[in-house]
Write a protein that binds this ligand. Structure first.
Ligand SMILES: Cc1cc2nc3c(=O)[nH]c(=O)nc-3n(C[C@H](O)[C@H](O)[C@H](O)COP(=O)(O)OP(=O)(O)OC[C@H]3O[C@@H](n4cnc5c(N)ncnc54)[C@H](O)[C@@H]3O)c2cc1C
Length: 361
């Protein structure tokens, strides 16, 4: 068993949008450990820009140690939660007094920042060398990647193969239609209601057949299918009964896992019925941090803050200058939402929230 010290031990599992922010916020009030399979936080909504401009990733891949000067980072995957400790894939046992689960989505990214930088460079070379690109999946990742390529490499033939009947199913049909019109005006071909089986695909393949028998030729392809919830590791251990049928962790209004006094869950893994967005995951992180601080000070349950949902906004970028936005009473496309998101993809803002120079210098 690892650990020690006089402070209460807080363990945060998952160093994504929510986990990185809560860890930064709590690092001086507790003996804090962050467990993440990578040694860096990757700004998720900036990844597609990095595929057409690898140098952008210098600002979007942030080593955990750069914003966690007073915490310990364990680069590993958590595999089990027990009453008082977390077990990692190497069999390490990390004790906690308070636990925060923030494993929104699983990922298969490389462990180190330098390997991830290399991966972006390789994707860029691949796109640059190809005349045609196949994108599998028409959710936010597929649409944003198509937008980045269509703007930076307008001569490439892009095909999106999408299982559903409309793009961007996490927002309303108006936003889907606007995104489709934008893409088709840039000669992106979109095939709906069909799939490409990824199991037999390798990197050298250039001929593809969809489940509807449509043949697609492409010099390279990218898997942009959504990743699901990062909770399969919780099916063993003390939290298995706290998962709903969608694999989300059930939480109360204070972000505590239902029935557990010292375990919190924040971000996309929670069962809160709201749009799953990073800026909302940040709100969870800040409120849960406040509540944890109160508990660490020995304050009573009645002092804990309650979470109130706000109205949700979604902006999907379409290249460097435009975007489609779904606001509470309006769905719009063009340069105004593009001005808000697509220029910097909130990277400066995110870096600032982690106490870092927005410019990355
Ligand atoms: C293309 C795209 C564009 C988006 N654009 C926006 C946008 O403009 N604005 C916005 O607000 N949101 C946006 N989002 C949504 C946003 O990215 C998510 O809502 C947000 O990342 C959720 O944060 P999270 O911390 O809950 O999960 P994640 O950010 O997914 O982080 C989960 C972390 O947990 C780690 N993890 C997983 N399993 C384990 C384990 N067993 N042990 C240890 N660690 C583990 C992962 O490695 C990862 O670091 C976008 C998403 C996509 C895909």
């Amino acid at each position: 068993m690892e650990g020690g010290g006089s402070n209460k031990r807080v363990v945060v599992v998952g160093g994504g949008a929510a986990g990185s922010l809560i860890a930064r916020t709590l690092q001086f009030g507790a003996d804090l450990v962050l467990i993440d399979p990578k040694d860096y936080y990757e700004v998720p909504w900036a990844a597609l820009r990095c595929m057409v401009e690898p140098a952008f990733a210098q600002r979007t891949l942030i080593e955990h140690k750069d914003y966690l000067g007073n915490a310990r980072v364990v680069t590993s995957t958590a595999v089990k939660v027990s009453e008082r400790e977390i077990v990692t894939s190497e069999g390490r046992c990390i004790p906690y007094d308070y636990l925060v689960i923030a494993t929104g989505h699983p990922n298969t990214f490389p462990t180190t920042r330098s390997e991830r930088l290399k991966e972006f460079q390789e994707s860029y070379e691949k796109i640059k060398a190809s005349n045609s690109v196949l994108i599998v999946g028409g959710g936010p990742t597929g649409v944003e990647l198509a937008g980045e390529i269509a703007v930076d490499f307008p001569e490439k033939q892009i095909t999106i193969v999408h299982k559903g009947s409309r793009l961007l199913e996490f927002v309303g049909p108006k936003a889907s239609e606007k995104a489709l019109a934008w893409l088709t005006s840039r000669k992106v071909q979109v095939l709906f209601n069909q799939e490409i089986s990824l199991e037999q695909l390798d990197d050298t393949q250039t001929e593809f057949v969809t489940s509807e028998g449509v043949k697609v030729r492409a010099d390279c392809w990218f898997n942009c299918i959504g990743k699901g919830v990062g909770s399969s590791w919780l099916t063993e251990g003390i939290l298995h009964g706290c998962l709903n049928e969608r694999g989300q962790l059930m939480v109360d209004e204070h972000f505590r896992v239902k029935g557990k006094e010292n375990i919190f869950a924040i971000g996309d893994i929670t069962d809160i019925r709201e749009m799953k967005q990073g800026y909302i995951a940040h709100k969870h992180a800040l409120l849960a941090a406040k509540n944890l601080k109160l508990l660490l000070e020995g304050r009573s349950e009645s002092d804990l803050h309650r979470y109130k949902q706000g109205s949700a906004i979604a902006i999907v970028s379409l290249g460097r200058k435009q975007a489609v936005a779904q606001l509470p009473f309006l769905t719009t496309i063009g340069y105004i939402p593009g001005y808000i998101k697509s220029r910097d993809l909130f990277v400066g803002k995110t870096r600032k929230e982690l106490g870092l120079d927005p410019s990355g210098l």
